[in-house]
Design a protein around this ligand. Structure first.
Ligand code: GLC
Length: 424
């Protein structure tokens, strides 16, 4: 069997009709999540309204992503572009396979904040996991995703955890903590640049994958009057958990070997935490079907050995074969690239299908929906964002000559958005 035949047989190719089905199922799940809060999309209200111009001031932004933590001071001055200063970084505790306890988790984050030596500033805490946000802007972690393991944090208030650790270990008192998702932070950063657009989406495709958008609070019918918050606010969809999509044997295998089988099915097909492992499974499957020779699979027996960075390297121009693929013979490299490209293309097409459901949910506004995207998969995986945009054109073609979406690029969107949210 040729590699092309293998790709066809594997179910990795998603045509227009399959993507439309994903689109329809996601729209239905969005409505369900807004009205009932159950089902695969949590649709979590963030209590963060669109802000066209944040008030002047300074905040500390801390961004606990899926792999790293970053902290910096963000400064807003009237009539000037905001500034992100003194960025410091650390690995995310619990993300490297070594479990930590909650105490250690927050102490490490607090150490990073304290190292900025700016006590007394409000905190914008970008915490990128399914977290129920409370009207006071603290948040309760519902469950870890992206394979992170930190004990005793699920069910706890994470803003309080961080401010308590700052006080206990560093004697620093924090005036306020605003907890927000990374998608919401990206959206908040975009909200200062939205004039002339018909709504906005914050998209992350990094270690994980998720979307947020601004919703009318009246449409979030699961909220009681006391819980309602501002008339328009960001919704963290937690779309990584969407499950209305076709699954191949490789997806089932990966899901079963993950920390949270049955969950985050969309994310496991598209995000950086999983794409290397998924590609490894596809390559092994191709060896099994004689589509590539056994030598290709020699160093791929061990689960999670192939990283998404290795996939990015082999899809680069010129291609670099690294890690467990370092010994692939030149004569086999084209086939390996074709298989890896199929996995990455499927991911990009699914991300576009997700975006198209939100664009359609926002309605047929005369102005295009602004999409602000963050994340290493989106920006660093060769060909990825081009494929997302091309597929999105296919799924939401221009209407009466006007485009349905525009892509916004905002440098440091998460840090700026944390600042915007914490000040408003
Ligand atoms: C995972 C998290 C989600 C986050 C996304 C991107 O899906 O559950 O909260 O936004 O990763 O980082």
């Amino acid at each position: 069997m040729t590699p092309e035949e293998f790709v066809k047989e594997s179910g990795l190719l998603l045509g227009y009709d399959e993507l439309r089905r994903v689109h329809d199922a996601m729209r239905a799940a969005m409505l369900r999540g807004l009205s009932h809060g159950d089902g695969c999309l949590r649709m979590i209200p963030a209590y963060v309204p669109p802000v066209s111009s944040p008030p002047p001031g300074e905040v500390i932004a801390i961004d606990a992503g899926g792999t790293n933590v970053r902290a910096a001071v963000v400064r807003f001055r009237e009539g000037e572009e905001p500034i992100v200063e003194g960025m410091v970084r650390d690995g995310l505790p619990g993300a490297d396979g070594e479990p930590v306890d909650g105490e250690t988790f927050f102490a490490r984050l607090a150490a990073l904040v304290a190292s900025l030596e700016r006590p007394g500033l409000p905190l914008g805490f970008v915490f990128s996991y399914p977290t129920r946000i409370l009207p006071d802007r603290d948040g309760i972690l519902l469950r870890w995703t992206k394979e992170v393991r930190a004990r005793d944090v699920e069910g706890a208030r994470v803003g309080t955890g961080l401010s308590r650790a700052l006080e206990e270990h560093f004697g620093v008192r924090t005036p306020s903590v605003t907890v927000l998702n990374d998608t919401v932070a990206a959206l908040a950063a975009a909200s200062t640049k939205l004039s002339g657009t018909g709504g906005a989406i914050g998209l992350i495709v990094g270690t994980g994958c998720n979307m947020a958008y601004f919703e009318r609070t009246a449409a979030i019918t699961k909220l009681s009057a006391e819980e309602a918050g501002p008339p328009e606010q960001a919704i963290n969809m937690e779309s990584g958990n969407f499950d209305g999509l076709p699954m191949t044997v490789f997806d089932h295998g990966l899901d079963e070997s993950s920390e949270d089988p049955g969950r985050q099915r969309f994310e496991k097909q598209v995000a950086g935490r999983y794409l290397g492992e998924l590609t490894r499974r596809v390559l092994r499957g191709a060896v099994g079907r004689g589509a590539v020779p056994p030598s290709v699979g020699r160093e791929l027996a061990e689960p999670w050995r192939l990283e998404t960075a290795h996939v990015a390297a082999l899809l680069s121009e010129p291609a670099r074969f690294e890690g467990p693929l370092a010994h692939v013979a030149p004569s086999e490299q084209a086939a390996v690239r074709l298989l890896a490209r199929a996995v990455v293309t499927r991911a990009a097409r699914l991300v576009a299908a997700g975006l198209s459901s939100v664009i359609d949910h926002l309605g047929l506004a005369a102005a295009p929906v602004a999409i602000v995207a963050e994340g290493t998969m989106y920006w660093k995986m060769p060909g990825f964002r081009q494929k997302v945009e091309e597929t999105l054109d296919e799924l939401t073609p221009p209407l009466g000559g006007s485009p349905r979406f525009v892509m916004l690029r905002i440098e440091d969107a998460n840090m700026l958005g944390a600042g915007v949210a914490a000040l408003s």
